[in-house]
Design a protein around this ligand. Structure first.
Ligand code: C5P
Length: 244
């Protein structure tokens, strides 16, 4: 057996030490649009990959005593409500193969340090999920794929009322006030304008199995290419012509 024309994968010096970069997926959309369901379904279908989910909610600023005393006047739907520097720092660490501690935000006490933080290890796939995850260009630029989950405003409001009254124990009057004062205006001013950055827009959120199947197929294809290019940055052709 003689091999002919076999061009070995040409790697730059030390390329064997080049670590694989994670494939980063951004999932944005209004509150209660079905983002979490979409992420859960993607994670479930990518069960053979190491996938981590990072929620933008984990990066809510802690409120001052003054803000806490007037919490109903605080706009949790404004980009400034999030500590984006800390989010960027965490992603940068994960990209460089370093584990990070991600806060577990408590919607009842409005604190990001009420519970122990979650240790997140570097992974093949990182899903960044949040209402305003496409807002900052530095975060957007880290993403290999951007998904916007679309749902009608009445569907989002109905889900939100159920979630906030049942899960968060909030008063329905306060939920409706917050919706008309902050949630709806912020959706129109900050969230909806980021839809244009999406590669894929999913109507009907988690109910859209066809869209999720297609997305997972695409991620698998991209993961294959992504891995190869990261391992062999100068790989052009592998000719495997064998002659007996
Ligand atoms: O999980 P989801 O993306 O739906 O969470 C975002 C929503 O959580 C925002 O619309 C914001 O108004 C709400 N929120 C809240 N109370 C907090 C923090 C966020 O109602 N303490």
């Amino acid at each position: 057996l003689e091999s002919k024309n076999i061009e070995k994968p040409t790697t730059s010096p030390g390329a064997e030490n080049v670590h694989k970069q994670p494939f980063i997926i951004g999932v944005a959309g209004g509150a209660a649009s079905g983002k979490t369901t979409v992420c859960d379904m993607i994670i479930q279908q990518l069960h053979d990959q190491r996938v981590v989910l990072v929620n933008q909610d984990s990066f809510y600023h802690n409120l001052t005593e003054e803000e806490l005393a007037r919490v109903h006047e605080y706009n949790f739907d404004h980009p400034d409500a999030f500590d984006t520097e800390k989010l960027l720092d965490s992603i940068e660490n994960l990209r460089h193969d370093r584990a990070v501690d991600i806060p577990n935000y408590d919607f009842k006490s409005y604190k990001s340090n009420a519970f122990p933080a979650r240790r997140v290890n570097p992974s093949d796939v990182i899903i960044l999920e949040g209402i305003l995850i496409f807002h900052d260009p530095r975060v957007r630029e880290l993403m290999n794929m951007k998904i916007f989950v679309d749902a009608d405003a009445d569907v989002r409001l109905a889900r939100r009322i159920r979630r906030d009254t049942v899960d968060k124990g909030r008063d329905i009057g306060a939920v409706l006030d917050q919706y008309s004062k902050f949630v709806k205006p912020a959706f129109d001013d900050f969230i909806l304008p980021t839809k244009k950055y999406a590669d894929i827009i999913i109507p009907r959120g988690g109910d859209n199995h066809v869209a999720i199947d297609l997305i997972v197929q695409h991620i698998r294809t991209k993961l294959g290419q992504h891995d190869l290019c990261k391992i062999y940055p100068n790989l052009y052709v592998i000719q495997s012509t064998f002659q007996i």
